[in-house]
Design a protein around this ligand. Structure first.
Ligand SMILES: Nc1nc2c(ncn2[C@@H]2O[C@H](COP(=O)(O)OP(=O)(O)OP(=O)(O)O)[C@@H](O)[C@H]2O)c(=O)[nH]1
Ligand SMILES: [Mg+2]
Length: 237
């Protein structure tokens, strides 16, 4: 069974070697990095990895075009090859590659089609390194989106650590994805659910990045706030 881990990068030179080494050692998955013209040497590190063009692949885009289009580009690349399972993972070590086998177990055990790594399962908060403000924004975002879209059964719609079976990405019209920042994560759960696929969550611990800068912005949060209404009222796909 071929697994593809899609990792978007924008200036992650301090993290990229570590995350690649961890993924390669814990699983037999291939890795596809979508780099948006990092200027800090991220691309060079990737190309210097002994597994470059073996288990590690790289798509270089010419500018910072956003997370959503990065993942769509990555998914299409994998769909045109024989991959069966697709992961989303951040490059900043917030998502522990050790969890990869747990996602796959969950997919296979109960024939789920999508598994989301949740920081908030059963009323708990499994986040290391956030201040109260950051936590509030995330919790509020989840409450807001799950209320408007009627997805209350899920505890973490914005988590970026998740996996899909190939069939999900084949069925969703990837060219119709509207959002680019955090909203992308919400939109993907919503579309998967709308297509009647089975979605489950597993608990993960989220570790705030120790190196490099955050790309989170007010613009991305505002996009998400508007996007959920667009999905609710204007989405017929
Ligand atoms: N290719 C690409 N990657 C991006 C873009 N924006 C963010 N990323 C990557 O997406 C992942 C998540 O971005 P982060 O900046 O960590 O966002 P975040 O996790 O919400 O914010 P922090 O909590 O501060 O880490 C990281 O691997 C980034 O390098 C983008 O526009 N293009
Ligand atoms: Mg991060």
């Amino acid at each position: 069974m071929k697994i593809l881990i899609v990792v978007p990068t924008y200036n992650e030179v301090q993290n990229i070697d570590k995350i690649l080494t961890k993924i390669l050692s814990i699983s037999n998955a291939d890795i596809l990095i979508i780099d948006d013209n990092s200027t800090d040497g991220t691309k060079e590190k990737i190309k210097n990895n002994p597994q470059f063009n073996q288990r590690i692949h790289l798509i270089e885009r010419t500018a910072k075009l956003g997370l959503g289009t990065a993942y769509v580009t990555g998914f299409k690349w994998g769909l045109s090859r024989q991959y069966q399972i697709f992961f989303e993972m951040d490059a900043d070590l917030s998502h522990d590659p050790q969890e990869i086998p747990n996602f796959i177990k969950k997919l296979e055990e109960n024939r789920f089609d999508m598994v989301v790594g949740s920081r908030y399962m059963n009323g708990t908060i499994s986040v290391v390194g956030w201040d109260f403000r950051r936590l509030l924004i995330s919790k509020f975002g989840n409450w807001y989106a799950s209320t408007i879209l009627n997805l209350k059964q899920f505890s973490d719609l914005t988590s970026g650590y998740r996996c899909y079976k190939r069939e999900v990405l084949e069925k969703i019209n990837l060219d119709n994805i509207k959002s680019n920042g955090y909203a992308f994560q919400i939109e993907m759960v919503y579309r998967t659910y709308k297509k009647h696929f089975k979605i489950s969550e597993i608990p993960i611990i989220f570790y705030e990045r120790e190196s490099g800068g955050s790309k989170m912005s007010g613009k991305i949060a505002r996009e998400a706030a508007v996007m959920v209404w667009k999905l609710k009222f204007f989405d017929n796909s």
